[in-house]
Structure formats: C-alpha cells, structure tokens
Design a protein around this ligand. Sequence first.
Ligand SMILES: C[S@@+](CC[C@H](N)C(=O)[O-])C[C@H]1O[C@@H](n2cnc3c(N)ncnc32)[C@H](O)[C@@H]1O
Length: 196
Amino acid sequence: MPKVHNAPAALPIKLELRRWVLQEISPAHVFDAYCGPGEMWRGAWKDAASYVGCDECEWSVATPFSRFVGDTVAVMRAVRLEDYNVFDIDAFGCPFGAAMELARRKWRRQEMCAVVFTDGSSLKTRFGQLPAAQLELGGVPMRGKGNVKQRHQWMVRAWAKRSGLDVLRLRLAEGNGSGRGNQAMVYSAAIVRGAA
Ligand SMILES: C[S@@+](CC[C@H](N)C(=O)[O-])C[C@H]1O[C@@H](n2cnc3c(N)ncnc32)[C@H](O)[C@@H]1O
C-alpha cells in the first residue's frame, strides 16, 4: 500500500500554516526536516528565499528541490543550523525529538525564526507513553483524548524556554491523521525570537 503523507483534510491546514510563516519571516531559509515527496515545497516552500529538504526515503533523481537523503537527526547534527531560520518538523509521530536538536543552534538576540510542527503523538500519550522529549523537558504527564492541543502548547513553550527563545505567536489547528477519526493531530507554527 502506498505511504500516505497527508490526509486530504490536513493538506489545506498544513499549507495555510506554512504560507502564514512565509508572511511572517522574510527572507525565509527553510530546513524541511521530513520533506517526503515535496508536497509542502510545492504548496508553499518553493516561494521561500531558500529551501532544503531532508527525508530518509522518498528520494528520486527527478526531485525538483535540494534535499538530504538520510536520518533527519543525523543530518541536523552535521549541518550548520544557523543557515536556516524556518524549520518544518513534520514526522510521523512526535516532532519534539528533532526539535530538541535545534537546541544546538545558536539564536542571536532578537533573531526571528519559525518552527512548524505536526504533532501525531496523541495516540501514544493517550495510553500513557510519554515521548522522550516530553520527559526531558520535565513534562507533566498530560494524557487523555481531550487535551492534545494543551499538551502541544505546553511542549512548544517548554521547548522554546529550553532553547532560549520567546514565543511571539503560535497558531494551532487540530485534525486527524488518517482522515478516519482515530488519531488526533495538532498542526502548529510558532514564530520565535532569540531572548533578549
Ligand atoms: C508525515 S510524512 C511528511 C511528509 C511531508 N512533510 C509532506 O507533508 O508531504 C513523514 C516523512 O518523514 C520521513 N521520515 C520518518 N522518519 C524519518 C527519519 N528518522 N529521518 C528522515 N525522514 C524520516 C518519512 O519517510 C516521511 O516521508
């Protein structure tokens, strides 16, 4: 069965968040950490000042944009993260493992950046498994179906604090991963600034 990267209902929400980021951050230099076959590039990031994708699969010689082929965390450890000011973290599951890699990036005082998250960790947390990043951030064990948005906001703010960033704006949307209603997803974009 072919891999599904985007439920039809999720696609407009995800693209809208990315287009909003392009309005907020200009020029935008995008690191698309889990780029897949490039739907976010086609629908939004192709209009950024610069772009590079990364994915361990989905590679083809016909890919029309620059990209790394490999494990995202390994690639993030190898590149100069300061070359990018927009990070798109759209893995299957929890995005905060890769977000913790961003802690390595040096944020200049008052430097504006954006991070776009797709958070599909609700199924695990519903059954009591906390992602490693949440434990590392000292996370209260928020569980249950009803609080996926609150948990996500808590994670974004805790991650920003750990990274020495102020969250200036945070836009959130909720959906479900398969389009069949079994996994709550949170889509968000945070505009952050290096703390003064
Ligand atoms: C939800 S899809 C997102 C694709 C893309 N952002 C989109 O909207 O079309 C997640 C992608 O992450 C990739 N992926 C999963 N684990 C990875 C890893 N450890 N390193 C790099 N890519 C990974 C998968 O191959 C898949 O293409």
